[in-house]
Design a protein around this ligand. Structure first.
Ligand SMILES: [Zn+2]
Length: 313
């Protein structure tokens, strides 16, 4: 992804050092481990392009499930099939990792984990029909989610956290937005757990490249201004405000769009796009590798998200 289309509407536990159970209060905002996040990126890359229906896709999915379980999450898988714009029937495997699954108050963090089956932005015509590595476009969001899992594991949380790894986001046709985001579209219509609701959600897509900043995506701004504001506030607290400029981009039809439309809770998309409306030059090419991934950018995104979470009750 991404495709732009014109859309017509175009506790804290302050005051005590311990929670009710007597365990230390949550301090996870300080614990984002960007080195672990980068290890995730490297492992993700080694599997090869994660195109639905391939061995690399199956093996990566199995690894993600086992890693999230190792990090103490309750993992639920949702499998189905979908028909792509080019009439291929593909397996779809959404992976949902839950912390404190019984809590009613929940927060959702999501990213797609699949990779695009063709490098249609590649200047080499011989390569344009081959799948992309998708390390920023796929892997960076995965690294943010697993980093959050590592940061919150074992904590006595005052709320629930869900990490959703969407499948089949990137097998789409340019200028046909609904042909993308097949995994999140299916989940939004058939959520697991049933009747899923969160206080808010954040979707991450292309959030690891060197030099990335995260402007205000128009659909997010319209439907979840308080989350955008919260991210700006959290970034400022951490001294990361320059990474969250106030220029506008989009609207972008990404996974957050379908979740917001069908589940009706505020959801934003963190995605790097230049002020001129361009994605990184490696986007949908064979150059989207770990060579361009920045530990610092991963840390900014992960830590700002945890800072915002630490303000919630
Ligand atoms: Zn993409």
């Amino acid at each position: 992804m991404k495709i732009l289309i014109p859309i017509l509407f175009c506790i804290t536990l302050s005051g005590c050092d311990f929670s009710c159970s007597g365990k230390p209060k949550n301090t996870f905002k300080a614990n984002y481990d960007e080195n672990y996040a980068f290890e995730v990126i490297q492992k993700y890359e080694k599997f090869g392009p994660k195109v639905p229906g391939t061995e690399a896709h199956k093996n990566t999915g199995d690894w993600l499930v086992s890693e999230l379980k190792r990090l103490g999450a309750t993992v639920v898988e949702q499998t189905t099939t979908a028909v792509t714009f080019d009439q291929k029937t593909i397996p779809v495997r959404n992976i949902i990792a839950q912390y404190n699954p019984k809590a009613n108050t929940r927060y959702l963090f999501s990213a797609h984990w699949d990779n695009r089956p063709f490098a249609d932005q590649d200047t080499d015509p011989l390569k344009s029909h081959e799948p992309v590595p998708g390390v920023n476009d796929g892997g960076s969001g995965v690294a943010i989610l697993l980093g959050i899992a590592k940061a919150v594991q074992g904590m006595d949380l005052p709320f629930g956290i869900d990490l959703a790894l969407w499948d089949a986001e990137d097998w789409g046709s340019p200028h046909n937005p609904p042909s993308y985001c097949l995994g999140s579209q299916y989940w939004a219509k058939n959520p697991v757990p049933a009747n899923y609701h969160a206080q808010f959600g954040i979707n991450y897509d292309m959030v690891g490249r060197l030099g990335s900043v995260f402007p205000e995506e128009n659909y997010s701004l319209k439907n979840a201004p308080e989350v955008i504001e919260g991210l700006h506030r959290a970034a400022k607290t951490l001294g990361y405000q320059d990474y969250f400029p106030t220029y506008k981009i989009g609207p972008i039809v990404d996974d957050h769009y379908y979740v917001r439309e069908l589940r009706q809770f505020p959801m934003v998309d963190l995605i790097y796009m230049t002020q001129e409306g361009g994605f990184p030059p490696e986007w949908h090419t064979h150059l989207d590798t770990s060579e361009y991934i920045s530990r610092d950018v991963l840390k900014v995104v992960g830590q700002t998200s945890l800072e915002l979470l630490s303000e919630q009750k």
